[in-house]
Design a protein around this ligand. Structure first.
Ligand code: ZN
Length: 253
């Protein structure tokens, strides 16, 4: 069938049949030209694969940054607890150096939280490099939008006195950004057929939504914040595990 079409073609004098080494399809190429490396279809496939890999590497790097950001926040809590306890103990035992240490600890904790937050922002922005065909694209853009909104609240709070509701709004936007980021991670896992990470993302997502609801309810019933704290701790450990496993599968995707 194919051969007949070829031989009946009016251009057959100037064209010859050539088999693509990539897909083994026989196509017509100009007689006078040397053999191409691959057919147009294979060339396009390689081009999009390379682009896809480049974008995937961007997402993987973004996830690493989110991960380092989380580590900085955890480390800041540890430094605050240990350093604060040490400084407090020194002050209590009459050592004047304790006050100096206390100031250093406060500065260090502040700097680590700031750096950790910036790392997380940067990581999510790097994830915007996600390939066009990905279904999670809208989720990551939404996450970055909420990040920017919470950043705007922080910056406004530095220059003007905000009403108390701003604190609640800030927390909710931060969680909304994280929830959307989790939706994005779940889609990415789905896309690269990483079922383990997909399931983990689904579980952390449920906890994230739980925290979101509990924080809203705690505006009316403050003791509920304790539950939010426990959920945060559990969710945090699961979140770290998800980031590690997804990053690993992206590297081998
Ligand atoms: Zn081909």
């Amino acid at each position: 069938m194919n051969d007949q079409t070829l031989s009946s073609s009016t251009d057959s004098d100037n064209l010859r049949r050539w088999r693509c080494p990539g897909c083994h399809t026989i196509v017509q190429v100009p007689s006078e030209e040397p053999d191409p490396d691959l057919c147009a279809v294979c060339e396009e496939k390689i081009r999009t694969t390379q682009e896809f890999r480049k974008n995937i590497a961007g997402v993987s790097r973004g996830i690493s940054f989110v991960y380092y950001g989380l580590y900085l926040i955890v480390a800041s809590i540890l430094v605050g607890m240990l350093g604060g306890g040490l400084a407090g103990g020194m002050v209590a035992s009459g050592s004047s150096a304790g006050v100096g240490l206390g100031i250093i600890v406060i500065f260090l904790v502040g700097a680590m939280i700031f750096l950790g937050t910036i790392c997380g922002f940067a990581g999510r922005i790097m994830c915007l490099e996600v390939p066009d065909g990905f279904v999670g694209k809208r989720a990551i853009y939404g996450a970055v939008a909420f990040d920017l909104a919470s950043l705007a609240i922080t910056l406004t709070g530095w220059s003007t006195q905000l009403p108390p509701v701003a604190d609640l709004l800030y927390s909710l936007m931060g969680i909304a950004a994280t929830i959307l980021f989790l939706v994005f991670l779940k889609r990415v896992a789905q896309h690269i057929n990483d079922q383990k990470s997909e399931q983990r993302a689904g579980n952390v997502l449920k906890i994230g939504v739980g925290i979101f609801v509990v924080i809203i309810l705690s505006a009316f019933l403050p003791p509920l914040l304790l539950i939010a704290g426990v959920l945060l701790l559990v969710g945090f450990v699961m979140y770290i595990r998800l980031l590690i496993s997804l990053r690993e599968s992206l590297r081998t995707a």
